[in-house]
Design a protein around this ligand. Structure first.
Ligand SMILES: *[C@@H]1O[C@H](CO)[C@@H](O)[C@H](O)[C@H]1NC(C)=O
Ligand SMILES: *[C@@H]1O[C@H](CO)[C@@H](O)[C@H](O)[C@H]1NC(C)=O
Ligand SMILES: *[C@@H]1O[C@H](CO)[C@@H](O)[C@H](O)[C@H]1NC(C)=O
Ligand SMILES: *[C@@H]1O[C@H](CO)[C@@H](O)[C@H](O)[C@H]1NC(C)=O
Ligand SMILES: *[C@@H]1O[C@H](CO)[C@@H](O)[C@H](O)[C@H]1NC(C)=O
Ligand SMILES: *[C@@H]1O[C@H](CO)[C@@H](O)[C@H](O)[C@H]1NC(C)=O
Length: 485
């Protein structure tokens, strides 16, 4: 049995902050197979995701995917809400106001709305500059990379780096590998961002290149899955995927002018876009998402089911608001302070072309990035340290990059972009939708990552893993583990 045990240990680690000595709390999930080969430090992205809280949902698959012979180390990166230097916002009311702002309803042709968003960014950046003028300079990725390295050096292994990053965790990972190439033992970057774009662009535009295609994939998979699995087909058996997608956008247009109430929730076009963007992250939400769309299209709304699902995605109560809001402020603080000064437009007129380009790149997701783009363009707190190199290194041992062919948030071309700079690295392609391969149960992925961690074996360049859980199926990682135990 190489999975199933997740009893964590708490460890305290003193880390040298640039300003002060502080402590990082680590959660360690012990290896389940002897001999233990060391520890892997993990980061789940955002930036802003709280590492330790992610433990519950991911430790079991990660143990299996790493072959069981490694301890897994979860930590809360600086800036995140439960770290020792949180980059928080003012209070719950502020968060409510921020999220009540029509962030996702923005049309790039509504210049008045864009102007309001710019001013919102002015207020935020001024407030952050006053409130966090010290912390705000210490939460950049280069500092976190030094924390990860000091974790690796303090946990009693050989002092080399074993790291696994997802999404933004790949930017942290690419930074780590580039800052400490001689320390690399094993590193997997999964759901790879383009670190050049992350640090040096006005906006993360290309990140959304596959978003609309991935969204269309939800409707074609729905038609393939059929009426038992997809409510849209049940209601409308003869419609095509293109018909369903068109009815989604017609519904958006209707709700823009005529909001409807479901319980205490106002359902508008913004909410639909939020659900659409949410659908890019994991195919596991597609059954519920299409079912919600079907309720709105047919008018036959099960209020409890509707609010239960939607409540997990949009902040309808204080608890969700606090969870989503606390990740979002850390994301702003980390990403904006990382952005090089030359990548901060500074004026509304100078940022507008990037906003238009975002909008042109993805109908559904471009608008979701406009708020961050406007805020970062006016950011006042510069990271004390930033990796200034070109991400061209020869690491001590080769890095494995993993990308999904239809990842709506990080296109596979990014994995190749980073791979081109890391000598000896290999890209594993996964034939699936969703962001990172963690949500795609697959024996092929399991065997590939386990043999990398345990034996250092890289897949042949050009390897494509098929997945064992098509969208709208109920197959999970547990079903995959059953095949090997
Ligand atoms: C679907 O198509 C079949 C065969 O063309 C037809 O008999 C049926 O009435 C159609 N159903 C609906 C709901 O349009
Ligand atoms: C939500 O938080 C606000 C501000 O802290 C508080 O005034 C309000 O009572 C809370 N609402 C609920 C339902 O807990
Ligand atoms: C965006 O697309 C519109 C047409 O839809 C075009 O006129 C405009 O030049 C494009 N802008 C950018 C920045 O690509
Ligand atoms: C990687 O991406 C950056 C920024 O988009 C680009 O300038 C660079 O040429 C790309 N490198 C490769 C090898 O594709
Ligand atoms: C590692 O290599 C050994 C020897 O070839 C093999 O028996 C074992 O199955 C490999 N482990 C993994 C996880 O691939
Ligand atoms: C998964 O779905 C199949 C067919 O739809 C069903 O027979 C099976 O019982 C389900 N399994 C679980 C674990 O829900």
């Amino acid at each position: 049995m190489i999975f199933g045990q997740t009893t964590p240990f708490l460890l305290q680690l003193s880390t040298l902050f640039l300003a002060a000595q502080a402590t990082t709390t680590l959660l360690r999930v012990p290896a389940t197979v002897q001999p233990v080969k060391g520890s892997i430090v993990l980061n789940f992205g955002g930036p802003g995701e709280i590492g330790r809280a992610t433990l519950a949902g991911s430790a079991v698959p990660l143990q299996a995917l790493s072959g069981g012979q490694y301890n897994l180390i979860f930590f809360d990166p600086r800036g995140t809400s439960t770290s020792n230097i949180p980059f928080t916002c003012y209070n719950t009311e502020y968060k409510l106001e921020k999220f009540a702002d029509p962030q996702t309803t923005l049309d790039a042709d509504d210049e008045a709305a864009l102007g309001r968003l710019w001013t919102r960014g002015t207020i935020d950046t001024n407030t952050y500059a006053q409130k966090h003028n010290v912390i705000g300079t210490l939460i950049g990725t280069a500092c976190t990379a030094r924390d990860v390295m000091s974790i690796a050096e303090s946990i009693g292994d050989d002092g080399l780096l074993r790291y696994w990053g997802f999404s933004y965790g790949t930017t942290l990972g690419a930074t780590l590998v580039s800052m400490f190439p001689d320390k690399v033992d094993k590193v997997i970057l999964n759901g790879v961002q383009n670190p050049h774009e992350y640090y040096h662009s006005y906006a993360d535009i290309e990140e959304w290149e596959v978003a609309d295609q991935s969204f269309s994939g939800m409707f074609s998979s729905c038609v393939t899955a059929g009426p038992d699995k997809c409510a849209l087909v049940k209601s409308n058996p003869n419609a095509t995927a293109a018909d369903f997608e068109k009815s989604f956008f017609d519904l958006v247009d209707t709700l823009k002018m005529h909001h409807i109430a479901v319980g205490g929730l106002m359902v508008d076009d913004s909410l639909l876009y939020t659900l659409a963007v949410n659908s890019l992250y994991a195919t596991s939400v597609w059954e519920d998402t299409t079912s919600i769309f079907d309720m709105l299209l047919t008018g036959d709304i099960d209020k409890t089911v509707f609010l239960d699902f939607v409540g997990q995605v949009v902040p309808v109560d204080n608890a969700t608001l606090l969870t989503i809001g606390s990740v979002y402020t850390a994301l702003e603080g980390i990403h904006c302070s990382d952005r090089a000064p030359a990548a901060r437009a500074g004026t509304f007129e100078k940022i507008l072309p990037a906003i238009y380009e975002l909008s042109n790149t993805s109908k559904i997701a471009g608008r979701a990035d406009m708020s961050l783009t406007m805020t970062c363009a006016q950011w006042k707190l510069d990271a004390k340290e930033r990796y200034e190199g070109d991400f061209q290194v020869r690491p001590k041992s080769p890095v494995l990059l993993i990308g999904n062919m239809y990842d709506g948030h990080t296109p596979i071309k990014y994995a190749y972009n980073v791979s081109a700079g890391f000598e000896g690295s290999v890209v594993l392609e996964v034939n699936g939708y969703g962001h990172t391969s963690l949500g795609l149960p697959s024996l092929c992925i399991l065997k590939t990552t386990a043999s990398y961690w345990v034996n250092g074996t890289l897949p042949k360049p050009g390897t494509v893993c098929q997945i064992d859980a098509p969208p709208f199926s109920n197959i999970t990682w547990v079903n995959v583990f059953e095949q090997i135990s």
